[in-house]
Design a protein around this ligand. Structure first.
Ligand SMILES: Cc1cc2nc3c(=O)[nH]c(=O)nc-3n(C[C@H](O)[C@H](O)[C@H](O)COP(=O)(O)OP(=O)(O)OC[C@H]3O[C@@H](n4cnc5c(N)ncnc54)[C@H](O)[C@@H]3O)c2cc1C
Length: 310
């Protein structure tokens, strides 16, 4: 084996990448995994995960990701602390460039994830995970019986607002325009729900709170009248989109209109034979740790079977 050649290279160390590594390593493929800019992925930015199976009392995000790393290392995964800056998937072996080194591989698994888009306010950053969230499925349960706000006007915002009414007393849906972008069916559902109040033509002005209590209120500004009011909410769900980490694959792999990698239905195959994608980078719908881990497992199995056929 050449020094920089591997059977399988995995990009990304979130739940998808580590799960792919565990499966590929246990299939004797000696995978190399590159951490990228955020070792452990998105879950390292949160403290309490209550919906990952196997942890009846919940688990800290960093703890879960450290454990996944240890499990991958136990089965001969090689970890490289570097961000991939370029790939060449036009010929085999594939080329992966990271920290001025070029690695080659027979199969490539992409698990580079996605990042939530935030509004960009200083107070929003200050109260992230202390009232501000980008995932109602993940954090909605913590706001049982409380008043919360959702910001956004597309399908995700409408879905999140509707979902939050399952346990929140009231949900304000803040939208900067006077009509939604989301589908007609979702709009109807939201407008008929008496727990949801739409705050039209408005933007978030400031997340209010303190370091002990976290977020305690939210002020919004009407963009037409300039009026500022406080909604009395203890949670803010930002639902203005996600950005898949796919810049380095542009023009090289097929993507959908939101720049998520296209994969074959029911598999993790991309449009380039031998290149597989898993986790949030190819999933604009579910975006959960357990679904990322599930597709990470699929990608390793797909890669192993494809290599065996070669
Ligand atoms: C604050 C927060 C709380 C959340 N809470 C929950 C929860 O309670 N339950 C739940 O199920 N989900 C939760 N999620 C969602 C969950 O974190 C994601 O669905 C999951 O992490 C996706 O896993 P992934 O492996 O696809 O990608 P990610 O976790 O996004 O990891 C992507 C990986 O790719 C790497 N990478 C990126 N670019 C490159 C590059 N150029 N080269 C090499 N590597 C690269 C990154 O460094 C990172 O390691 C939460 C998300 C956030 C942000």
């Amino acid at each position: 084996m050449e020094e920089n050649h591997r059977k399988v290279i995995i990009l990304g160390t979130g739940p998808a990448g580590y799960t792919a590594a565990i499966y590929a390593a246990r299939a004797n493929l000696n995978p190399m995994i590159l951490t990228g800019p955020q070792k452990g992925g998105q879950l390292t930015t949160t403290t309490e995960i209550e919906n990952f199976p196997g942890f009846p009392k919940g688990v800290d995000g960093n703890q879960l990701m450290n454990d996944m790393e240890q499990q991958a290392l136990r089965f001969d995964t090689e970890i490289v602390f570097a961000e991939v800056t370029d790939v060449d998937v036009s010929t085999r072996p594939f080329k992966v460039i990271a920290a001025d080194k070029t690695y080659t591989s027979d199969a490539l698994i992409i698990a580079t994830g996605a990042s939530a888009r935030y509004i960009g306010l200083e107070s929003e950053t200050r109260f992230k995970n202390k009232g501000v969230s980008a995932c109602a499925t993940c954090d909605g349960f913590f706001y049982k019986g409380q008043k919360v706000a959702v910001v956004g006007g597309g399908d995700t915002a409408l879905e999140e607002a509707s979902y939050l009414t399952n346990f929140c007393e009231k949900v304000y849906l803040i939208h900067r325009r006077d009509e939604f972008r989301g589908s007609k069916a979702m709009q109807d559902r939201v407008l008929k729900n008496n727990k949801i109040e739409v705050v039209w033509d408005s933007v978030v002005e400031e997340v209010i709170g303190d370091d002990v209590k976290g977020m305690t209120d939210l002020s919004v500004k009407n963009v037409k009248t300039g009026e500022i009011k406080q909604l009395g909410t203890t949670g803010l769900f930002v639902a203005i989109g996600h950005i898949p980490n796919t810049d380095i694959f542009k023009g090289k792999l097929a993507m959908d209109d939101k720049n998520y990698l296209d994969i074959e239905h029911g598999s993790t195959k991309t449009n380039v034979e031998g290149v597989f994608a898993c986790g949030d980078v190819a999933d604009s719908k579910y975006r959960q740790a357990v679904t990322a881990a599930g597709t990470g497992c699929m990608a390793a199995i797909d890669a192993e079977r494809w290599l065996a056929e070669q």
